[in-house]
Structure formats: structure tokens, C-alpha cells
Ligand binder design. Structure first.
Ligand SMILES: [Fe+2]
Length: 204
């Protein structure tokens, strides 16, 4: 298995999955140092047990940087259904068995305008997981949001540098590689501008 790969994942682009992003709660903590009010997120922990993917609320704290983060119960059923459809697609398209891992599935919207950059990520970093997988669901009225994966923390040995388009994913080894994504800025004023991503983190 290579340390990183790109892969098409277009079946993930269902209306159910797309609609999740407009209801996400603000992510005020981890990225608030960077640009307040531009980031929205929900996270679910899953493990494959007894022949099915099970929602594991206790896994959320393993994957989330926000202590005590939990799902809004009103939002839970629709989010779980969307997340299950994503795991179904990943089972089909990935060249490894994702069911061998426990996963944290993040639904993330980063917004911006013509004069406010939306931050997607800190500079080159690892998140402390085994593998990570970034799926693009939507890029609306934006420039930027270039994903970069490097084998060194200064970005001198870049393995991937490109825009992940809607319906595509990249997957990389988070133990040996570093990643980041550049900020986004709106192309046209007075229109919504955002980047919707699903980030799936994996641990043994
Ligand atoms: Fe990250």
C-alpha cells in the first residue's frame, strides 16, 4: 500500500450527504485562533463490529480536539444515515479494508467571502492517526483550498499538491506524512462561498 493515493469516489455525492453541510454547527474551538466563524463541523465515531458499521459515541473523544463534542440529537439520525452511505462508498472504492479500522468521520464546511479567507487547516501537520482520508463534496464560488501532502514538515518533499474536486478523495498515511490545505477566498461577492469536505481519520 502506497503512503498516499488519489481515488475517485463520486457515488458519495448523494443529495443526502450534500444537504448535511448546511446544518452543521459552528466549530468554535480548535480553529478559532485562525479565523472565527468560518468553520462548521460535526463528527461521528464508527467501528465495524458483528458485520455492520456501529456508531460509537465514545469514539468521538478519541478523534475530536473539542472536549465534550457530541451530536445534536435532532441532527443525529440524518447525520448517521449520511455517514453510513459514505462508509458504503468507501468499502467499494478503497484499495484496503476500511472496516479493519475504527474511524472518525468529520463533516466540515469552511466558508469565506471576497475579503475574509476561510482557513481549511493549520500549516503542515499530522493529526496523530494511522491514516486520514479527505473527500471533497462541494466547492462553491471559491478559489484556493489546495491540498498538499509532504513527507517532511517544511513541504520540501511534496507528494501531492492539487485541488481535490467534488467526488474525489485523497488518502494518506498520517504517521509518516504531513498535510495541509491552503485557505479559500470567494470568487464573486454576494454569493455563498464554501468548501465542503468529509475527513475520515482511522486508527487500529
Ligand atoms: Fe489535519
Amino acid at each position: 500500500m502506497s503512503q498516499m493515493f488519489w481515488c475517485p469516489a463520486a457515488p458519495v455525492l448523494t443529495d443526502e450527504v450534500r444537504h448535511i453541510f448546511s446544518d452543521l454547527p459552528p466549530d468554535e474551538r480548535f480553529y478559532s485562533e485562525m479565523r472565527k466563524g468560518t468553520r462548521f463541523k460535526a463528527i461521528l465515531g464508527f467501528a465495524f463490529e458483528a458485520g455492520a458499521w456501529r456508531y460509537e459515541p465514545d469514539l468521538t473523544s478519541v478523534f475530536s480536539r473539542n472536549p465534550g463534542e457530541s451530536l445534536d440529537p435532532r441532527f443525529q439520525d440524518v447525520l448517521l444515515s449520511a455517514a453510513r452511505s459514505v462508509t458504503d462508498v468507501l468499502e467499494m472504492v478503497l484499495p484496503f479494508q476500511i472496516r479493519d479500522y475504527r474511524i472518525g468521520m468529520n463533516f466540515i464546511r469552511v466558508t469565506c467571502s471576497c475579503d475574509t479567507i476561510g482557513d481549511n487547516s493549520p500549516p503542515f501537520h499530522r493529526d496523530g492517526f494511522k491514516r486520514s482520508l479527505h473527500i471533497c463534496v462541494e466547492r462553491k464560488n471559491i478559489s484556493g483550498g489546495i491540498s498538499i501532502v509532504s513527507s517532511d514538515p517544511r513541504g520540501e518533499e511534496v507528494l501531492y499538491e492539487d485541488i481535490i474536486l467534488p467526488g474525489e478523495l485523497i488518502c494518506f498515511d498520517d504517521e509518516s506524512l504531513y498535510h495541509m490545505a491552503t485557505g479559500i477566498i470567494a470568487n464573486y461577492p454576494d454569493q455563498p462561498a464554501y468548501r465542503d469536505m468529509i475527513v475520515v481519520d482511522m486508527i487500529d
